[in-house]
Design a binder for this molecule. Structure first.
Ligand code: NAD
Length: 403
């Protein structure tokens, strides 16, 4: 038997009839302490534990898994979870593992055949992990693969975590800016409000706009999807408009890459606005591609010293030519930050939202009395599954492995 073969704990006996007592088998769900450097989130909060117990599952949490999100082991115990003293103990007999980030390939290799792992997996850029999942015959379900359909909104961790990132980006910018954001009228004089430019008005961008407005900044925003103009304006920001429309809306309401000519028009538009901005937050992404370049070296040079750029696209190449992912650089007197994993900076609410997403997702395949019923025809579970029974089931992921 493999070291961690699921030995589902046996729950209270139920009587099927008077003579033949049968025992209900609960699947054990393990929550491991996240191991990514700097990670403070946890995949499941105590409220999620209670929901899973009600659904007929059993939950074991590795000791200390919630501590960076201000959740003690005692709180998990009160919610009904068991506490394991190590990751190995938590994994022992677990049929499902929930995480925020993917575990290491070594941990995946130690999982027993048939385990269901649900976490962010970055399957398109993590071939070693995908191979390890297939080799261990682990069913890998990627949170980033959840389709962005209306029905799945409450399972959409990309959106919940982008909301956190957009909010936190403004706080980081405010902290680095040597100025106030709001206008002040005081006996010591009147302070003009700071001006913020938000590039990309998707989930993170809209939250950044709302947060910058709440902090009193004057906000401008731009996106290549003209449909967001109304949303931007409803948040009290102004939408930048070019003389000729710059637009590129692709499939499913996402952006697509601009033509060279349109991209140049966008750069001209941004160059005209950026000179006067104290804070710039960039969030522009195109699914499956490098982030578009929106801020050139010359544009940074044109900004006032002390201004701050927060590039939320830094992990996919960056929207600013001078961004270094995970670093803060100062060029032409302008601070350029390329933060990675901003949601971990608000761990309590980021975990709470993530936990709601993951519980809603797995509820799709928990049947009566905690029975697991994986249905790959399900419009959420099918596309979210990356590996199953030793096969890579997602065609896009498969093609990245053979490329
Ligand atoms: P994203 O992270 O892929 O991109 C962020 C933003 O960058 C997008 O708004 C995009 O239009 C913009 N962008 C791309 N290229 C640009 C450029 N050259 N210049 C300026 N902006 C550029 O997107 P997202 O925030 O994850 O979501 C984008 C869309 O998906 C939105 O329409 C959103 O409403 C939709 N969505 C739907 C659901 C759902 O129905 N469940 C969930 C989440 C998001």
């Amino acid at each position: 038997m493999p070291p961690h073969a699921p030995q589902y704990d046996v729950g209270a006996p139920t009587l099927e009839n008077d003579r033949e007592p049968t025992r209900r088998v609960c699947m054990k769900v393990a929550i491991l302490k996240e191991t990514r450097a700097g990670e403070r989130r946890v995949a499941l909060v105590p409220l999620g534990v209670k929901t899973l117990l009600k659904a007929g599952l059993e939950v074991t949490v590795e000791a200390g898994a919630g501590s960076a999100s201000s959740i003690s082991d005692d709180e998990y115990k009160e919610a009904g979870a068991g506490i394991a003293s190590s990751a190995e103990e938590a994994l022992g007999g677990a049929g499902m593992v929930l995480g925020v980030n993917a575990p290491s390939v070594e941990v995946v290799a130690s999982m027993s055949e048939g385990t269901i792992l649900v976490s962010f997996l970055s399957p398109l850029t993590s071939p070693d992990l995908v191979r390890a999942l297939a080799a261990a015959k682990v069913t890998g379900i990627g949170m980033e693969m959840v389709p962005r359909i209306t029905r799945a909104q409450s399972m959409d961790a990309l959106s919940s975590q982008a909301t956190v990132a957009g909010y936190k980006a403004v706080l980081v910018a405010a902290d680095h800016l040597p100025k106030f954001l709001p206008m002040f009228t005081t006996a010591a004089g009147t302070i003009r409000p700071a001006k913020a430019l938000i590039l990309g008005a998707g989930v993170a961008g809209l939250q950044a706009i709302a947060t910058a407005r709440r902090l009193g900044a004057v906000v401008l925003a731009f996106d290549v999807r003209p449909a967001v103009k109304e949303q931007v304006e409803s948040l009290g920001a102004s939408f930048l408009e070019a003389e000729e429309e710059v637009a590129a809306e692709g499939e499913g309401g996402y952006a697509k890459e601009l033509s060279e000519d349109q991209h140049q028009k966008e750069l001209d538009l941004i160059a005209g606005a950026i000179v006067d901005c104290d804070v710039v937050i960039t969030t522009a992404q195109i699914p499956g591609r490098d982030a578009p370049l929106l801020i050139t070296d010359d544009m940074v040079k044109s900004m006032r010293p002390g201004s701050v750029i927060i590039d939320l696209a830094s992990e996919s190449g960056g929207n600013c030519a001078l961004t270094q992912s995970g670093e803060t650089v100062v060029e032409h007197g302008v601070q350029i930050l390329g933060p990675v994993n901003l949601p971990t900076g608000i761990p309590v609410h980021a975990s709470q939202m993530y936990s709601k997403n993951i519980v809603t997702l797995i509820s799709e395949f928990i049947g009566e009395e905690g029975k697991i019923e994986l249905d790959f025809e399900n419009d959420v579970i099918g596309p979210s599954t990356v590996t199953h029974q030793g096969e890579v089931t997602n065609e896009r992921v498969k093609s990245t492995l053979s490329a």
